[in-house]
Design a protein around this ligand. Structure first.
Ligand code: PEP
Length: 256
């Protein structure tokens, strides 16, 4: 199975920087023949230009576009929000939901996150549901419980039909204490948490024994990506800081 690498650029860059970064990544991707599943997730104001650069490249089938945030509503009087349908105009296929920065800085709670999940799944697009424990929760040995609750509540509004297949759902395990800190869990800890996520998901998607793809995120860089991406149960990586440097990011992609 080909691994999936997603680049979350967060609130970084200018149009010029985003163009250069996209061009450099496209150039690097051309040389990596087994890289079939790359997702670029720029700030939303730059979706159109990144979409155009991807479309006119020879690797347009191997690179997709994602969005960092999404409205829980279909359309209407929701100032500042954008919908999954609007993003279809730029061929956006993936939406990050539940990133810890949105949970913490923008106070998104589990109800809001479950509504956002549903608003994407009501379209043909896919979600990347981020989950992860804080350092405090980890130290209190609550990590497994927190992760279980975040998956269950995030997917709580799925209809019985949506529960038949997990093909539109990607889960990103991102320990909050590992994001942007240079710290990562041990390889064994990542393996055990992904196994835990698989077990919980298996209870949600009962019918076809369909399991979401599970990414690891949190300080992935070109030095640790090889080991992390070789762990059983890790289907790819969600990369923040290191995805802002094309060379470092392509080095990560080389590990798959
Ligand atoms: C993230 O924020 O999704 C992330 C993984 O960030 P970083 O790679 O910088 O830790």
């Amino acid at each position: 199975m080909s691994k999936l690498i997603a680049a979350n650029w967060k609130q970084n860059g200018s149009s010029l920087e985003v163009d250069n970064l996209t061009r450099e990544i496209i150039k690097g991707a051309k040389k990596l023949k087994n890289l079939n599943n790359l997702i670029l997730i720029p700030p939303s104001v730059y979706l159109e230009r990144v979409s155009k650069l991807i479309k006119k490249s020879s690797v347009s089938k191997r690179i997709s576009l994602g969005v960092q945030n999404i409205s829980p509503y279909k359309n209407g009087a929701y100032t500042g929000e954008i919908s999954a349908d609007m993003c279809k105009d730029f061929d956006c296929k993936y939406f990050i939901v539940g990133h810890s920065e949105r949970r913490e800085t923008f106070n998104e709670d589990s109800v809001m996150i479950s509504k956002k999940v549903l608003s994407v799944l009501n379209t043909s697009q896919k979600i990347i549901l981020c989950i992860g424990e804080t350092l405090n929760q980890r130290e209190k040995k609550q990590a497994r419980k927190v992760i279980a609750n975040q998956i269950k509540s995030g997917l709580s509004l799925l209809t019985p039909k949506m529960r038949r297949t997990a093909s539109k759902i990607i889960i990103a395990y991102e320990p909050v204490w590992a994001i942007g800190t240079g710290k990562t869990p041990s390889l064994q800890d990542i393996f055990l948490m992904h196994k835990h996520i698989i077990e919980i998901s298996a209870k949600i998607f009962i019918t076809n024994r369909s399991i979401p793809k599970i990414l690891y995120g949190g300080s992935v860089n070109s030095e640790n990506s090889n080991e992390i991406l070789s762990i059983q149960g890790v289907d790819g990586a969600l990369v923040g800081g290191a995805s802002l440097n094309a060379k470092k990011f392509i080095d990560i992609c080389r590990s798959i």
